[in-house]
Write a protein that binds this ligand. Structure first.
Ligand code: GLN
Length: 529
């Protein structure tokens, strides 16, 4: 059989059911790829071979029992049964590490499973390990990880995006067909774009956050990465829904359609006919690379040729997205990160009295970007400034949301936009200038501010690097967004770029390849710490 790692999860599921392949074989093939490339990519902070193989054997047991039960029983099996998956290292997995990319959580072991971990276990997914990320999900490049940066499999001297860079790189490099990320301002969509894969940030409240390390609680959402829309939708279906342990999760029913996107390209393409799409002019921001704009405009023409109508629209408060996000997110982060005091979690530096210990633990445990955010956020929330900053930002946030609401009222099915204004950038390019880094998310932040679902899907290459197309929908319209994404995949199924694999996979497999941290120091970049 051809390389098992090249299959989509829905293809693996069919082979598992027919007994042509076992979960153990699938898991072993993916573990081997992840272990082989991880020196060069640093996508994984931990790979748990033993536990994964135990889970794979359990899945094989369930599959064998179902095969004995006959077709009816096989049909009722969960789609993710026996399929390898990766978790961003801020998802709690009982007994496992959960560093959130930070030194301050080094050695901490999660005492319980996150809600989505429970759901993935019930679904029978095989968890291979935990992936690298910017510290506390603050960043757009994964260079802010305390455990070294992750490389992009398309160009080993470039970033995979962030903060969920490890999860995106692992899927792009065929270490897993599926992974989990979180998106507070773009951290699923932007790395999906830069790595050439599919990534969705669901509507705020769609997925329970219980057991996820919090960054900015009114913005954080958990979501799927995959190499096509069907797989990403099936993963969202498995993790979505209400849970009483997260009062912000919504009782909104999870559409069954998510698990049943059309398998036929004709049916998928036909669903594009008559769709009304908006193209927000403010998303073609200054500094956008011409190659990125060209790919996005080509995608728009392809959607029109398939029978969708695309109209230019305006979201006039887009420009305030960045400024308000960088008040709201740090403010909430400063509150959420107060719990890392050296007593409850991770390392404790004893240097004297309680205050000295606290200062030493936080001083050494947090990296510079996290400290910057804590200072910004504490300032914005302090007495006398709260009204001027935090409250004002929340009011502007309402205006940003109202821009989108006006378009849904006019009957638009979705908006089409770039995901990132640029392709993957080189290590170090944006490290010295935090504002340049923040601008990476200009096209994704407003979607979090408004609580909407957004998806990034690959739409070709610019200068040999992937470009992402973003689709933004009304609240709870994930199934519709996946339908559009699936339609776009169908109409571009024959495009040359679809058959290309990340260009530096072979170099990543070299056991003597430099690590991303070594590449950075060779470029004389000191890193973020
Ligand atoms: N890059 C943005 C930030 O640094 C968004 C990160 C995220 O979505 N977690 O805050």
């Amino acid at each position: 059989m051809a390389d098992l790692t090249r299959l989509h999860a829905h293809e693996m599921a069919a082979l598992l059911r027919s007994g042509q392949v076992s979960s153990r074989e699938l898991t072993a093939a993916h573990l081997a790829a992840a272990e082989r490339d991880n020196r060069a990519l640093n996508a994984w902070l931990t790979i748990d071979r033993e536990r994964a193989l135990v889970e794979a054997d359990a899945a094989d047991g369930r599959l064998a029992a179902a095969r004995r039960g006959g077709p009816g029983v096989l049909d009722r099996l969960r789609p993710l049964l026996g399929i390898p998956i990766a978790l961003k290292d801020l998802v709690s997995l009982k007994g496992g590490q959960c560093t959130a990319g930070s030194r301050i959580l080094e050695g901490y072991r999660a005492p319980y499973d996150a809600h989505i971990t429970e759901r993935l276990r019930e679904a029978g997914a095989v968890i291979l390990g935990k992936t690298n990320m910017d510290e506390f999900a603050m960043g757009s490049s994964t260079e802010h990880s305390a455990y070294g940066p992750t490389a992009n499999p398309w160009a080993l001297d470039r970033v995979p995006g962030g903060s969920s860079g490890g999860s995106a790189a692992a899927v792009a490099a065929y270490h897993v067909p599926l992974s989990i990320g979180t998106d507070t301002g773009g951290s699923i969509r932007q790395p999906a774009a830069l790595c050439g894969i599919v990534g969705m940030k669901p509507t705020y409240g769609r997925v329970r956050r219980y057991g996820i390390v919090a960054f900015a609680s009114s913005l954080d959402q958990i979501g799927p990465f995959a190499r096509d829309a069907r797989d990403a939708a099936a993963l969202l279906h498995a993790i979505a829904g209400r849970d009483d342990r997260d009062s912000t999760s919504s009782p909104q029913p999870v559409p069954a359609k998510l698990a049943a996107l059309p398998s036929s390209d004709d049916a998928a393409a036909a669903a594009l006919r008559g769709k009304r799409l908006g193209l927000p002019r403010e998303y073609f921001v200054a500094g956008m690379e011409p190659g990125v704009e060209a790919r996005v405009r080509e995608a728009v023409r392809a959607l029109e040729a398939a029978g969708a109508t695309v109209e230019e629209v305006s979201l006039p408060h887009t420009d305030y997205g960045l400024a308000t996000y960088y008040i709201v997110a740090p403010a909430e982060a400063s509150a959420n990160l107060a719990r890392y005091d050296g007593l409850r979690y991770g390392p404790h530096h004893a240097e004297g009295d309680v205050l000295a210990n606290y200062l030493a633990t936080r001083g050494r445990g947090f990296g510079p970007e996290v400290k910057r955010r804590i200072m910004l956020g504490t300032y914005a929330l302090s007495s006398g400034y709260y009204d001027a900053y935090y409250l004002k930002a929340q009011k502007v946030r309402t205006l940003i949301k109202a821009d989108f609401d006006a378009l849904w009222v006019q009957g638009f099915d979705a908006l089409v936009a770039p995901t990132s204004p640029t392709v993957a950038f080189r290590f170090g390019d944006r490290l010295a200038d935090p504002v340049a880094m923040y601008l990476s998310d200009a096209c994704t932040l407003p979607v979090n501010m408004a609580g909407l679902p957004g998806i990034s899907i690959p739409c070709g290459l610019s200068e040999g690097l992937p470009v992402g197309l973003q689709l933004i929908g009304a609240p709870w319209s994930e199934a519709e967004l996946f339908g559009l994404a699936r339609g776009y995949e169908a109409i571009t199924a024959e495009a040359d770029w679809r058959s290309l694999e990340p260009t530096e996979l072979l170099r990543a497999a070299d056991p003597d390849a430099p690590t991303p941290a070594e590449r950075m120091s060779a470029l004389a970049i000191s890193g973020s710490r």
